[in-house]
Write a protein that binds this ligand. Structure first.
Ligand code: FE2
Ligand code: FE2
Length: 245
């Protein structure tokens, strides 16, 4: 596991050249203070905790809940974006995250098939808000451009952290999973991670297209520090699962 910007660059090698303002903001913020989720100790802590299978199962359910919460927040955010193209992209993102909530329950079922009854699995699928591709979002209360930029930067950082957490979970769950379910589990992980990479890319695009280099750099530093502080607090306390959402 490398630093945060190295991981993003590995998945999106064209990004530094095509999105120079975004890239400068991300790398400068990481150089100033590397987030805990880009450090080797984070992965080591995850692998130590993941020896406890109950913890892993709870973590998947927690991830389903986080994806569902994120999806609802994106849906509400889409309603505050005046620009129709940007609104549509965030709406589609909310639909993806709604689907991801269900994916995590499918991962749970594949990794721990004996641990949950079909009724329990069905109830857990109900965690997803169930947004569909054809669902429309209405413009309710448009935010100003600076607030939209701020939200996009926070989304971008959140997507990077989620991708890193998925990269940590993937090998551990593929070992825990019964052999006959492993191929499906890995396909689901690939699909999840491809979506998260796409989410990093389109938010980077929207951030870059605003052309506000200084404000982007300022907000990236501020929000990355906040994400780091929250992660450190979660790792230090009883909320350790939340750090790996
Ligand atoms: Fe997701
Ligand atoms: Fe995502």
């Amino acid at each position: 596991m490398g630093s945060v910007s190295t991981i993003v660059g590995d998945f999106l090698p064209g990004l530094p050249g095509s999105h120079p303002q975004y890239w400068r903001a991300l790398t400068a913020a990481c150089d100033q203070a590397e987030p805990p989720f880009g450090q080797a100790g984070y992965g080591e802590l995850f692998r130590r905790e993941a020896m406890d299978l109950d913890w892993l199962a709870r973590l998947l359910i927690l991830n389903a809940q986080k994806e569902a919460d994120g999806s609802r927040q994106l849906w509400a955010f889409a309603g505050r974006i005046a620009d129709p193209d940007c609104r549509e992209q965030v709406r589609a993102h909310a639909v993806d995250e709604s689907r991801h909530a269900s994916f995590y329950i499918s991962l749970l079922q594949l990794a721990f098939p004996q641990s949950f009854t079909p009724e329990e699995v069905e109830a857990l699928h109900g965690i997803s808000p169930g947004f569909k591709a054809g669902d429309a979002v209405d413009l309710t209360d448009p935010s100003d451009d600076d607030l939209v930029l701020d939200e996009l930067i926070q989304m971008n950082i959140g997507e990077i952290r989620t991708l890193i957490n998925q990269l940590l979970m993937r090998p551990v769950l593929s070992l825990v999973c019964p052999d006959q379910n492993a191929a499906r589990l890995l396909r689901l992980f690939d699909s999840l991670s491809n979506d998260e990479v796409r989410h990093i890319a389109y938010t980077a695009d929207l951030i870059e297209s605003r052309g506000k280099a200084e404000r982007t750099a300022e907000l990236m530093r501020l929000r990355l520090d906040e994400f780091s502080d929250i992660t450190r607090r979660e790792l230090g306390g009883a909320q350790i699962e939340a750090a790996f959402d």
